[in-house]
Design a protein around this ligand. Sequence first.
Ligand code: 1AE
Length: 422
Amino acid sequence: MNAYCLATYRSFDEKADFHKKATSIAVGLTVGSWTELPEAQKAQMEKHLGKVISVEVHEPAQGEPISNRYADITIAYPDVNFSQDIPALLVTVFGKLSMDGKIKLIDLSFSSDFLSAFSGPKFGMQGVRELLGVHDRPLLMSIFKSVVGYELPALHEQFYLQAAGGVDLIKDDEILFENPLTPLEKRIEICLEAAAQATKETGQKLLYAVNLTGPTSKLAAQAKKAIGVGANALLFNVLAYGFDTLHELSSDPEITIPIMAHPAMAGATYPSPHYGISASVLLGKLMRLAGADLVLFPSPYGSVVMPREENMAIKHALLTDDLRKDYIYNAPADVQLELASSFPVPSAGIHPGLVPLILRDFGKDVIVNAGGGIHGHPLGTIAGGQAFRQAIDATIQGITLQDYARTHPELQSAIDTWGTPE
Ligand code: 1AE
């Protein structure tokens, strides 16, 4: 039996015959032409031919502009046409097509054969929780800020102040690259020293995600060098390097620490309703498939806003156990497929007042992540971390932030500074 991967597109056109368009995609992105082929060749090419699975036309309601006319088109692509890697799949289903009018790739699902080439996150959400020994609450992450141009002692101090506030993870800023002032190995050394100092005081374990940068051909060696000096997590700008690079790193048996995916450049791809790739595919399914243990993405609440519905779709793609429903097309009943979940990290402009909203939408399986919301606390960086931990404790106990803040001055000061949503 032929195996297929499915792609669903939203195609906008004021007058197109969407059924014709679907057929032209299915044929054009596979065998090229069909009707002109002699019968013998048709039989030979049949297994390479794309199939139209569905076409759902949305005609604008009265009063709605005609520019809102669209169809959701689902095409099945035979696995036999492409190799088992994400670049081959993406070029097949959305290579040339991505430049052909108002069309957006809104979903992907995979054959069980294709999926079997991916082992997914090595640690995933549970693995990260195990490393930290924290299972019963959302985690808290802090982001290094103002680190470009600084020397190692300044980094040491900033790391210590973040850690002492009670955060579980600290990540490099994604714009901190290999540089002479704070080179990777030295950076890891001094940050882990500061982490040990803070752990003595807080009793908490901590992961530091160091930014893995440099030419693609040297990344794996760089990651191993980092591990050699004790690194316990990596930050990676996935979209600048490509999903296959993440897959190579995550499936390397010598890279034995979690990989955190940063969404830098995602805004060039997902926000338009008419073009690009949906956030749930880009920052959800493909990140998980390629092996990201943690995935950052803009939240619906902070400074870089993503609609809530799209955020929930990313969350679902990262966490769902129901691979048969959401990831696999036509899975044979006897095939067992597993993919560890990736930890969701809604980010950007997060402050303690937003914690109840984050926990309402994500429950406890989320990492609350902040840079400015920690370092910008009026009582300092330590108080910034403490205010977040207090906001998390209050929300878990069902206490309003305002009530909890009466006996927690760090939280009170955060609320006075940034407020709470209406
Ligand atoms: C969506 C990415 C968020 C990020 O990397 C970052 O640096 C956020 O910083 P703040 O919390 O907005 O200051």
